[in-house]
Design a protein around this ligand. Sequence first.
Ligand SMILES: [Zn+2]
Length: 447
Amino acid sequence: MTITASRAVDAPQAEPPARVLLADRLFSGASADQLEHAAVAIASGQVVWAGPRSELPAAYADWPRQDHGDATILPGLVETHAHLGSYSRAAQPDVPDPARHAVAWEVLSSVKIARQLASVGVTTAQSLGARDYVDVALREAVKAGLVDGPRIVAAGPPITLTGGHSWYAGAEADSKTELRRQVRLHHKAGTNAVKVMATGGFMSHSTAPWNAQFTVSQFRALIDDAHRLGLHVAAHAHGSEGIRRVAQAGVDYIAHASFVGPDGRTAFDPELADQLASAGVYVDHSAVPTYPPVAGEGFAARAYQLYQHGVRLVVGHDIGAVLPASAYTWGLRQLEQAGLPRAEVLIAATSRGAAAVGLAGVTGVVAPGYAADLIVAAGDPLADLTALDHLLEIVLAGRRFEPDPVARFDPQERLAAPVRAPLAPDDARAAHLERQRRRAAHPLPRG
Ligand SMILES: [Zn+2]
């Protein structure tokens, strides 16, 4: 017998209440336009009607209503690159044998991150890397009403080379057969997506961000198998060579796209950007200002260049691994400062983000038939993005969510203390030679 989560919970959840939300403005996410004097009727977790208040059908006239006045109803925000279940190794249970509690610790910290995301208005989060498939369990726990949190799209542990970037998440593979096996293990565990580490990263000691981790034909084996099983594929790629290879192999989504060259410096490649645009690959590029820069460079300019080339930008900040949930709206303002129009930023953060995580037609738009995943911002975010820092309501699948207090994000503090100083290419080689030298000078004692 299979015990489902809902059967294990004593009291089934009550239906979310039917009601009408009113506000001076509605940004539906379906276009860059806004509707004035809007009404949105929600019932059973769905939007059942949205339009001008004066045209609200009589059927909804006696439903409970909340008039927010000078405010804007928007689709809830979408974080396309979170980590729900990859706790920092610096924080662990204060007991003699912390490893024994690793999974429980990952679960509990992922619940906290999920609640914090919801508290800043994120109603959908794609988890791009979690140990022990914690994100899959969390997704089901949210659906079953065990915990409150955003709608979750889960990728499980990222697939990587043995000893490659994030190897400690537990999904190593070195051949096409092993890559296919990992995809099937993910499918068996119930993920919605697969994340592959296409290049090294800044935070693993054993890798370099400019090196590609697999060949085109290996990527193709993984992607074809994932697609056959209905899973979309997101690739972590800092280096240009890795970006080129996954694009050629038919990837759906690229995290970072930092264009790091073989010399360890970033160099935008317009042809490669055109290739991403014409293939319709989704790209998250929002965490960039806080990443440890390569050889003194920042990546901020890339977002605007990608936008100019018509690449489908979405909003993913590596929340839970690099940035806290409170950085979300700050990240949106960074995109605006990089040169993206505000409407483009809002579309990236809502309808396009939903499409990027496989939820087109499900959430990300305020229209009949979509989930009632909504936020109400005081003022007008299309005129000033800081309106998103003052939310009057957060609605998760039709239920009003009471936010947790979230400390304000301080970018200065974050920039002053990078996660880990990156190695320059020559340093990486020097470190390798130094290890060889030490090993030769200190041979292991014979037993
Ligand atoms: Zn990440």
